[in-house]
Design a protein around this ligand. Structure first.
Ligand SMILES: Cc1cc2nc3c(=O)[nH]c(=O)nc-3n(C[C@H](O)[C@H](O)[C@H](O)COP(=O)(O)OP(=O)(O)OC[C@H]3O[C@@H](n4cnc5c(N)ncnc54)[C@H](O)[C@@H]3O)c2cc1C
Length: 657
């Protein structure tokens, strides 16, 4: 019998993401997939901004996706062949990220680039292996695999993660896990084809509502290629017929009568639509000039479900992605949320495995339970949100469609003109709105408690903090400070030990900027402790190198895991002396406000020109502060340095890792 720490069943986008995370963490794992080759179907076309941010720590995956995909700038809504609204997403003033907009790119490309990144870690998917039976006890899990040559073998692992899609065998093996929900009565048809002579927007989604259904366009590769071929487009339409409801039970198990294990969940392989049917829909629902479809590469009919598990964990078995939640493609969420499941789980499994002997059993269990506590509420919100969007866009009843189409031309233009409405909606679909704040201890949430999210560490002056424990770490640009260069501003341009405590002369510094960003700094497998000097305004002084070093030492004494320390110093940005707006030179603050910009503390140090990053984090009222960032890029604790004592106490009593 073979052994490994983690067996990942399923190498779709979710399983491959988990493999990337475990490889980054240096954990022993295997990843198997029953399919001998990767799927070439486009399926998920939208990679949302939060997913791009999170995948960006795995080598060139995101750069490759960017080179193949198209940035989606918004949507166009037509009703009965007339334009009623253009929805913009590029005017929402989202500045705290490198990826403000979604990317349209085929899931086949996404999976390919992920597998290439996995190869760079020296790991590969074992294809042609099907998990057929999974049995766990309190010591481990035994999985029976059917091998490519038809024989059977077993693997013993400490944990098994089911990333095996809608018909998950892992889920079926967990006797205490249910998969409740329902099947939509409408069926849907899909066509990936080329589009000729079309005026359909190539950098937006286009949705056309008609009195008998809807048709949506999603550009896949919108531009003609070198051979002068027409661009590829995805068309999705209501299938034009209602289907008898299935009882709200679990989907049939793979291998049992009626199951379709070779197909995407809900696909009805026996009844594909025809290209001429799509041309007819285009002529009936889309505005004149929408073009001619030809050269189809995928025609399919779908039934859609909305179902979710009651638990993401059953002892040593975990579920992620479509194995845990399936829903309509409205909002383009499934793959994105699944990838984020995997990123949440990866570092937790790794912590428990790598530091098994240093953690108490209680601490290990609490950390693994926090996966369900944090991701279950996200999954529930996903099912509710996509269900609402689906019911709105694809109502089955003809009279609801008529009322909708009569009302929308009046309401939609007004609604999309209101920025905060769009921002709110975008917060949900982009993934930026995902927060584990309410899975924290004492914060309720109803689905268990997370041990790795602290409430804001409250002290009188921190009660107004805008980022809290559980929130995404916003991204912002800072400047790398290299000891030994001209940061301190001595006339010889070098820092010398003993300069701490002396006032820095008000000289230009950092002529040559090496710009980096919070997200880049917080990549890698470890936790990150960010210590901020504070802006030194109002009645408080900015904290010196010694102050931050002391604070760092106090925290590192109780945090037993790998934790990287980073110092951030507020410096003024003198726009007047710069070449152009935003390119000003940096100088230390005025007399007495900042005594030493950087030192030889050996800690990575950064300048925060104009205190912009301090401001993003809500640390801009003068006082120094700290932010503890988890390996998955979420803030676990945040506060002012004056509340460091409370943070250390909370870490010792609650987090214990
Ligand atoms: C038409 C369409 C459009 C979509 N659009 C979007 C979109 O725009 N954005 C978005 O985020 N999502 C979208 N989705 C959803 C997205 O495709 C899925 O959510 C995503 O593929 C789920 O990934 P996964 O890795 O969880 O599961 P899957 O992609 O289903 O992968 C599961 C893998 O497990 C393997 N497997 C299954 N059983 C076993 C077994 N017993 N042993 C070994 N291996 C096994 C399978 O071969 C497969 O490779 C869309 C889906 C469809 C159908």
């Amino acid at each position: 019998m073979d052994h490994c720490d983690v067996l990942i069943v399923g190498a779709g986008p979710v399983g491959t993401t988990l493999a990337l995370e475990l490889a980054l963490q240096g954990v022993s794992f295997r990843i198997i997939d029953k399919s001998p080759t990767r799927s070439e179907h486009s399926r998920a076309l939208i990679v949302h901004p939060r997913t791009l941010e999170l995948l960006d720590r795995h080598g060139p995956v995101v750069d490759k996706l960017m080179s193949k995909g198209t940035i989606a700038r918004g949507a166009v809504m037509n009703i009965n062949r007339k334009l009623v609204a253009r929805v913009d997403m590029d005017d929402l003033d989202i500045t705290d990220t490198n990826f403000p907009l979604p990317l349209m790119v085929s899931q086949a490309e996404t999976e390919k680039f992920m597998e290439e990144a996995l190869a760079e870690y020296g790991k590969a998917v074992e294809r042609g292996y099907t998990a057929t039976n999974i049995v766990q006890n309190d010591k481990g899990v035994t999985t029976t695999l059917k091998t490519p040559n038809g024989s059977h073998t077993t693997i013993r692992s400490k944990y098994v993660v089911g990333c095996d899609g809608a018909h998950s065998v892992v889920r079926h093996s967990a006797s205490d896990v249910t998969f409740d929900g329902d099947t939509y009565p409408q069926d849907f048809i899909l066509c990936d084809a080329r589009l000729r002579n079309s005026n359909v927007a190539r950098d937006r989604f286009t949705i056309c509502f008609g009195d008998t259904g809807l048709l949506a366009f999603f550009p896949i590769s919108p531009h003609s290629n070198d051979n002068n071929e027409d661009g590829l487009i995805r068309l999705i339409a209501s299938g034009g017929r209602s289907v008898t409801k299935q009882p709200p039970s679990q989907p049939t198990a793979p291998g049992s009568p009626g199951s379709q294990p070779q197909h995407q969940h809900g696909e009805q392989p026996d009844e594909p639509p025809t290209l001429s049917h799509f041309q007819h829909l285009l002529d009936s629902f889309a505005p004149p000039g929408s073009g001619t479809v030809h050269s189809p590469i995928w025609l399919a009919r779908f039934r859609l479900h909305h179902r979710g598990v009651n638990s993401y964990r059953s002892s040593r078995l975990f579920l992620a992605g479509d194995a845990a939640h399936i829903h309509s493609p409205a909002g383009g969420q499934g793959m994105n949320v699944g990838i984020q499941d995997a990123i949440n789980l990866g570092w937790k499994l790794a912590s428990v495995l790598k530091h098994h002997n240093k953690l108490t059993e209680e601490a290990r269990e609490a950390l693994l339970d926090s996966y369900h506590a944090e991701r279950y509420p996200v999954g529930r919100a996903l099912l509710q949100g996509t269900d609402r969007m689906f019911s709105f866009t694809a109502a089955a009843s003809p009279w609801i469609l008529k009322v909708r189409n009569a009302v929308l031309p009046w309401v939609l233009p007004w609604l999309v003109a209101v920025k905060w409405v769009r921002r709110r909606f975008y917060g949900f679909i982009s993934g930026f709105g995902t927060s584990y704040r309410y899975s924290g201890k004492g914060n309720g949430g109803g689905a268990g408690e997370s041990c790795v999210v602290g409430m804001n560490i409250m002290s009188s002056e921190s009660s107004s903090m805008k980022i809290r424990g559980g929130d995404r770490l916003p991204d912002g640009k800072v400047i790398e400070l290299t000891p030994g260069r001209a940061e301190v501003g001595r006339t010889d341009g070098r820092y010398a030990p003993g300069d701490e405590g002396r006032r820095v002369p008000d000289l230009p510094l950092l002529e040559e900027r090496t710009e980096t960003s919070l997200h880049r700094i917080c990549r890698g497998a470890s936790w990150h402790l960010l210590l901020f000097s504070g802006t030194g305004t109002g009645d408080s002084n900015a904290v010196t190198v010694e102050g931050l070093t002391l604070a760092g030492e106090r925290v590192l004494a109780v945090v037993k895991r790998e934790c990287s320390l980073h110092f951030f110093y507020h410096v003024a940005e003198d726009q007047d002396r710069g070449d152009s707006a935003g390119q000003g030179r940096l100088r230390p603050l005025g007399d007495g406000e900042l005594q030493v910009v950087t030192g030889d503390s050996g800690v990575a140090s950064y300048a925060d020109p104009g205190g912009r990053v301090h401001g993003l984090l809500g640390l801009d009222n003068g006082h120094g502060g700290f932010v503890m960032v988890r390996p998955d890029g979420y803030v676990s604790h945040i506060g002012y340095l004056s509340s460091l004592h409370d943070f250390v106490k909370e870490w010792e009593s609650q987090v214990r890792i």
